[in-house]
Design a protein around this ligand. Sequence first.
Ligand code: Z5A
Length: 202
Amino acid sequence: MFVSFEGPEGAGKSSVIRCLAQLAEESSLRPLCTREPGDGPLGARIRDMLLHGENLSPKCELFLFLADRAQHVESIVRPALVAKQLVLCDRYSDSTLVYQGYGRGLDKDLLREWNDFATGGLVPDLTLLLDIDPELGLARIVGKDRLDSEPLDFHQAVRQGFLAEAEQDPSRWSVVDASRDLETVVDDCWAAILRSLEARHK
Ligand code: Z5A
């Protein structure tokens, strides 16, 4: 099963994924934790350009995210799914739709098409939106990168974009209040994963 994690900055995705991986190991679900941008050797180079490059235009930024995704799906995500692993992916296509679409103002229909092209149509079975007020999320982050340093308005637009996307497709998305303590957030995410696994095996 393919689970993606989305949300504004500092929502706690990486922390939650680490805890879920442990729970999944204990349940013999063979988790694979991965992330965008930046898994794999090529991804690491793209990530460096994205987070620390200077004067990237919105279009250049977009194509770097898509290039990373195309390679990531082909070399990491699909092989793990074929091997029946539980893939826990920190950000995926919805981040492009929301950051580059709702945040940067690029055409959302085009972004959907290009995401589809980059992934060969691979859509997560479950997307967990760790929702948090960006002011609270940003306060959790130490050492801000190029995207973290965008103005608060940008991060508010991103949050609203995620909520709007989640509302449009409740069969794939599950929204979790990430402002609570880590243990509670992990419990909710784990329950959503188990529900989704159960539904798939019915
Ligand atoms: N981006 C894009 O624009 N388009 C795309 O297509 C894609 C991405 C794929 C990637 O940055 C940036 O690229 C990101 C979106 C954009 N931009 N921004 N801005 P990244 O990979 O470096 O970072 P991130 O994905 O944004 O993650 P993050 O916000 O840095 O963190 P997180 O994974 O959500 O949270 P964390 O590292 O687990 O926790 C952050 C801190 O909070 C840490 O000290 C934790 O101990 C603490 N924490 C975690 N949970 C809690 C709770 N529940 N309570 C209190 N404290 C907590």
